[in-house]
Design a protein. Sequence first.
Length: 241
Amino acid sequence: MKVVVSIGGSVLVPELGTDRVAEHAAVVEDLVADGCRVGAVVGGGGVAREYINAARDLGANEIELDQLGIDVTRLNARLLIAALGGDSVTAPAKDYEEAGEALQRGGLSVMGGVAPAQTTDAVGAALAEYVDADLLVYATSVPGVYSDDPNENAEATKYDELSATDLVDVIAGLEMNAGASAPVDLLAAKIIQRSGMRTIVLDGTDPDRISRAVRYGEHDGTDVIPEGAGEEPTYWARDER
């Protein structure tokens, strides 16, 4: 099975430290050891926002700010790589071809951002499409996809299941609300829609949730089910529990 796991920077490194990074690295290593090919995409999180805000105040333009954000995602990706075993990849992949080759060669790739004007949400979806992954997992700081920002609206409804088209509609509505926080961005949702990629959006602050979702399809997040897919996921390790 090929799975792409997009780990938000605020999930992996809510503050600079080692425990959370080591726990996520252990989950990735265990999945690879069990025969899964894993593409890990790492976001920038709060650190990236701090650098971007500072650089904006200093007069940097938007492309320069995007590039700064990419640099931070790659630093976070290097932190994850540092926690992986010695036989792992040695540096973040800079493009999808390099990541795909790493997956083919050693069953693991790690990458951060790729290009300006593209978030790591979109990178995760594009990598999953490029390698024809069986599953895309977004490990976020929220429990799934909501009708509104749950941090701002206590009445926001969490979706247990969505079609890819519904996901696009929900995310588009959230992004049009000033200040709303969507768990994945609109470009990522549209890539998921066009690729028919089975996707899970979940709270990844406990990395064991990622492991259970990949192995057994068990999670408390949101399932994004492509058209034509069966109700039950056909995960590679489901019967081995």
